[in-house]
Design a protein around this ligand. Structure first.
Ligand SMILES: [Zn+2]
Length: 472
């Protein structure tokens, strides 16, 4: 009863907030009760485990240009949200169905399909804002608190079921006989969805977007649902779109109109780039037939020419775009990338270094430069660059994988086994990670200092291996 009262109070307080009156009301009202069920530290630890399991079970779409743009975007929206710890980890899943999710510890996941089904940047933003609201309102912990008398579901099992659902793209397929139960756990209550919509709306507005696009996005989703028959995408099962939600969001936008950004050239470029990355060679022809004449279409055309190894044509198209958009770093980085892929290493290095002199430490550009060094077999230079990137991206498994290969090629076997163990650890492959560490310790047997550090890491890893063994 108390629980319900507090929740109602909370909702009405938030309604006040949503109506544009700044207030400093924060969640700690029920924070203590929540922390009794799941502490924030525990939530974060489980979130990190969730991340490692997810990386093990699903294909991650990895492209430094897309990754960086989307990461910065999540930070930009997150800055306006009520998430109190503004450190986010973004995962882009290599899957063209519509999906997005959030997990405790600032984890935001989006499928490649979210780009596909968002007509513009504001629509994309509305989904991110909604997911961030699930985090700021601590819906995971609250759901568990509410469910604690009904079943013994824990945050760990809920997160584990999201991993399976994302990996198989089917909540119904989850864990055999318990399927139904788990599917229910995945589903936030209607109350939480409404709350996330309302809170997400405020975030969207603060971030300067045209808020009517939230209801437009809902309409897109409803259309996806209509067309998908029994194959309803996970997102629409876990975030059911009701007519009420659409109406409410439209009314909210009408009552408090806030014209703002609808779209940006960069979003359109990224959308095309994701479309390109998700297209296999067999579909290129069909894709080419449907390309339009806008600048972002020219960009897609240039990427397709690159895929067909027509590098000169690809550069030509990109250079035309560069002339029209002289400050656009996505276009410039794409030019640098074509130079590298075409094997024009000197040109790639010159062009990239010039850009890096202005955009110091830029991650996609640094990565391109590292790739150029790898192609000319200058592994020492490549290793240095990747190490520099690693300083800011310590759990980036694709970076760790590339770095370990470079170290192997430069015959730095100690570095290789250490980096590879990190790659395996952050991919949730604990036993294999342990083997690499043991190999590293063998190589470092005469270096007392390093051997001690490795031994410490081995002890930590062993604590991960034990429970993982028990689970299987
Ligand atoms: Zn939701």
């Amino acid at each position: 009863m108390i629980k319900k009262t507090i929740l109602t109070l909370l909702i009405s307080l938030m309604a006040t907030y949503a109506h544009g009156q700044e207030s400093s009301i924060e969640l700690p009202l029920i924070g203590d009760r929540l922390s009794g069920a799941v502490s924030q530290t525990e939530e974060e630890a489980l979130g990190r485990q969730f991340l490692r399991d997810l990386k093990r079970e699903t294909a991650i779409l990895y492209d430094p240009i897309v990754q960086e743009w989307t990461e910065l975007f999540v930070y930009k929206i997150g800055e306006q949200s009520k998430v109190n710890k503004k450190a986010f980890e973004l995962l882009i899943i290599e899957d063209n169905t519509l999906n997005a999710f959030a997990a405790p510890g600032g984890i935001i996941g989006v499928n490649a399909g979210l780009f596909k089904y968002s007509d513009n940047e504001a629509q994309f933003a509305s989904v991110i804002a909604h997911e961030l609201a699930h985090l700021s309102q601590r819906h995971f912990a609250r759901q568990i608190l509410e469910g604690s008398d009904r079943s013994n579901q824990s945050l760990a099992t809920v997160l584990a079921s999201i991993v399976v659902a994302v990996a198989t793209n089917s909540p119904a397929a989850v864990i055999g006989g318990q399927g139904l139960l788990v599917a229910q756990q995945l589903r936030f209550s209607r109350l939480y969805e409404t709350e996330a919509d309302r809170e997400g709306y405020v975030t969207l507005q603060k971030a300067g977007y045209d808020t009517i696009q939230m209801s437009e996005m809902f309409k897109n989703m409803q259309e996806v649902r209509r067309l998908s028959g029994d194959n309803i995408p996970e997102f629409l099962l876990t975030h059911p779109i009701t007519t009420r939600r659409i109406t409410e969001s439209r009314e909210r936008a009408r009552e408090y109109p806030s014209p703002g950004t609808v779209d940006s050239f960069n979003f359109r470029l990224i959308k095309k780039r994701v479309e390109f990355l998700m297209t296999d060679n067999l579909s290129i022809r069909a894709m080419e037939k449907e390309i339009g004449e806008e600048d972002e279409d020219i960009y897609l055309k240039a990427l397709l020419e690159k895929r067909k190894l027509n590098f000169t044509r690809s550069i030509e198209l990109l250079k035309n775009l560069e002339e029209k958009h002289p400050d656009n770093l996505i276009i410039k980085t794409s030019i640098a990338e074509v130079y590298t892929e075409s094997g024009n290493i000197r040109k790639s290095k010159d062009y990239t270094n010039k850009l890096l002199a202005v955009s110091l430490g830029n991650y996609p550009l640094s990565y391109n430069l590292a790739n150029a060094h790898i192609l000319e077999e200058d592994y020492v230079a490549a290793e240095q660059l990747l190490e520099d990137i690693k300083f800011y991206r310590p759990v980036d498994i694709n970076l760790l994988k590339d770095l370990s290969q470079v170290q192997k090629n430069s015959n730095n076997m100690l570095g290789y086994h250490l980096t590879n163990s990190e790659f395996l650890f952050y991919s949730g492959r604990y036993e294999e990670a342990l083997r690499d560490l043991q190999e590293a310790r063998r190589i470092a047997r005469n270096n007392f200092k390093i051997r001690e550090i490795i031994t410490e890491r081995i002890l930590i890893l062993q604590s991960y291996v034990q429970p993982a063994r028990r689970r299987s």
